[in-house]
Design a binder for this molecule. Structure first.
Ligand code: BEZ
Length: 210
């Protein structure tokens, strides 16, 4: 059975471009994004890894540790990083696992045998400081992911964790949020003395908490 939201993200130790990493030590109390891509020296993956490297300041702002995974060998990561820098403007600046024996890929269900029994699909796991899986995504090899969306989800998850709010359709950081049903009107009065809009008793909208 694949990993699901709310499950504890399994620990592992793996060879990476930044040396041997134990996952739990690496993420220790931080948010994390663990993502796989199918293969080095391929076009879509090159754009994805370059863009993720460019987002480093955004991940740091949100206290997120990023870890990529490839089933290619470590020796193939360095020359590919040079290509990424040359074509995308940013070299790899986060560890990339060389999961040649597919230990981590299998642990996280990143190989979907009916898509390919050799390569990982484009999986993403957002993991909270409590080591629980908060989001899972699986994209096919031919579709590059939207890493701005991953940042958007992290913003939503972090707001929920801090303020007991939820975020509506297409929400972006700074826009109004939703008071979750578990918060009574009485409790909401204390949390939001400046008030909120009640569109329905179950749909209460409030300015994004700071
Ligand atoms: C790519 O990154 O472009 C790619 C990788 C594997 C299969 C298809 C496309």
């Amino acid at each position: 059975m694949s990993l699901q939201i709310g499950d504890i993200a399994p620990d592992f130790t793996a060879e990476t471009t930044e040396g041997k990493i134990n996952f739990y030590d690496y993420i220790d109390g931080h948010w994390a994004v663990l993502f796989s891509h199918p293969k080095n020296f391929t076009p879509v993956c090159t754009t994805e890894l370059g863009y993720t490297a460019r987002l480093k300041p955004e991940f740091e702002k949100r206290d997120v540790k990023v870890l990529g995974l490839s089933v290619d060998q470590l020796a193939a990561h360095e020359p590919w990083s040079k290509d990424i820098e040359e074509t995308q403007g940013t070299a790899l600046n986060f560890p990339l696992i060389a999961d040649t024996d597919r230990t981590v890929s299998n642990l996280y269900g990143m190989i979907h045998p009916n898509a390919s029994d050799t390569f990982t699909v484009r999986s993403v796991f957002v993991i909270g400081p409590d080591k629980k899986v908060k989001l899972t995504l699986n994209y096919p090899a031919s579709t590059g992911r939207n890493f701005d969306e991953i940042i958007r989800v992290i913003d939503s998850l972090q707001l929920t964790a801090k303020h007991q709010v939820a975020t509506p359709v297409n929400w972006k950081n700074g826009e109004d949020v939703i008071i979750v049903p578990a918060v009574s009107d009485e409790a909401a009065k204390e949390k939001y003395p400046e008030g909120w809009k009640t569109l329905k008793p179950y749909l209460r909208v409030v300015a994004q908490p700071k």
